[in-house]
Design a protein around this ligand. Structure first.
Ligand SMILES: C[S@@+](CC[C@H](N)C(=O)[O-])C[C@H]1O[C@@H](n2cnc3c(N)ncnc32)[C@H](O)[C@@H]1O
Length: 254
C-alpha cells in the first residue's frame, strides 16, 4: 500500500518532503499572515476561533496540557489562548520552520502579565520531543496536510495524548456541488496566481491546491484515524466544506 502524505514537487521521500516544506514556510514567513488573511477574506480567523470553541471545555481547565502542532506564526495558538483561564498552564506551540516559529513567539510575548501564555518549541510533528501520554489536547490548523506521512503523524499524536485526550485537525477540503465548482476556479487559478505574484513560483500558494487535491477526503481520513486507534472520530465541515475540523479521542481504555 502507498503511504499517504505530502510530496511537494521534486521530493522523493519523507526526508525530502520535510526539508522542502520547512524551506517553503521559512521563505514565506514574513508575508504569511497578511497573505493568509487577504486570500481567505479573514474567514481563516473564524475557522480557528470555531475550532477553539469546539474544545472550550478542556481549554477552560487550568491544568490542561495543550499542544498546537504546526503552529506556524501562532494564530491558532492565539485563538486557543483566548479560552485559557488566567494563570492556566501555558500552551505548547510547536513547528519545525524557525522563521514561522519566531514570529509566533513574538505574538506570544505581547500578552499581558497574568494572561495564559504559550511556549514556542522547535519540533517535528512526526518526532515530538514529548513524553508518552502527557497531553490533554492536540490541535493543528492547516499543517497536518503538509506532513510527509499522515498515518505516522496520527500515531505520534496518539502516543503523546493521555487516554481520553482529544485531537482536532483543521484543514482545507474540496467541497462538492456548484459551490465546489465555483470555489475550484478561485482555489486552483486565482489564489495561486496572486500567491505567485507575491511569493514566487515555488511558494506555498502554488503547492496549496496540489496538496489539498491529494489530501484524503473525509471518509478516508476518518478511516485512517480509526485505524490508528482514535474513537469518536468525526468531521465537521466549515463554510460549505471549504475547510473542516476532524476530531477524535484516544480511548480511555484500550
Ligand atoms: C499553513 S502553515 C499553518 C500555520 C498555522 N497553524 C496557521 O493556522 O496559520 C503550516 C505549518 O506547518 C508546519 N509544518 C509542516 N510540517 C511540519 C512538521 N512535520 N513538523 C512541524 N511543523 C510542520 C510548517 O512549517 C508551517 O509553519
Amino acid at each position: 500500500m502507498t503511504t499517504l502524505g505530502a510530496r511537494p514537487a521534486g521530493a522523493k521521500d519523507e526526508a525530502d518532503t520535510a526539508w522542502a516544506v520547512r524551506r517553503m514556510f521559512d521563505a514565506i514567513a514574513p508575508r504569511y499572515d497578511l497573505l493568509n488573511h487577504v486570500l481567505s477574506a479573514n474567514v481563516d480567523r473564524l475557522w480557528r476561533r470555531r475550532t477553539a470553541r469546539r474544545f472550550g471545555a478542556v481549554l477552560a481547565r487550568p491544568d490542561a496540557a495543550v499542544l498546537d502542532i504546526c503552529c506556524g506564526t501562532g494564530d491558532m495558538t492565539m485563538a486557543l489562548l483566548k479560552r485559557r483561564p488566567r494563570g492556566g498552564r501555558p500552551v505548547l506551540a510547536a513547528d519545525f520552520a524557525r522563521e514561522m516559529l519566531s514570529r509566533a513567539a513574538r505574538k506570544f510575548g505581547g500578552r499581558e502579565a497574568g494572561e495564559a501564555g504559550a511556549v514556542a518549541l522547535e519540533a517535528d510533528a512526526l518526532h515530538l520531543p514529548l513524553r508518552a501520554e502527557s497531553l490533554d489536547l492536540i490541535v493543528t490548523a492547516f499543517g497536518f496536510r503538509n506532513l510527509a506521512n499522515y498515518e505516522a503523524g496520527l500515531r505520534e499524536f496518539h502516543r503523546v495524548l493521555k487516554p481520553g485526550g482529544q485531537l482536532g485537525i483543521l484543514d482545507f477540503a474540496e467541497p462538492g456541488g456548484l459551490v465546489g465548482k465555483a470555489y475550484a476556479v478561485y482555489f486552483r487559478r486565482v489564489l495561486p496566481a496572486i500567491g505567485r505574484m507575491v511569493c514566487g513560483k515555488d511558494g506555498p500558494y502554488s503547492y496549496l491546491p496540489v496538496s489539498v487535491g491529494s489530501f484524503p477526503p473525509p471518509n478516508e481520513m476518518l478511516a485512517l484515524m480509526r485505524g490508528v486507534g482514535y474513537e469518536d472520530c468525526a468531521w465537521q465541515p466549515y463554510t460549505f466544506g471549504i475547510a473542516g475540523l476532524y476530531t477524535g479521542a484516544r480511548p480511555l481504555v484500550v
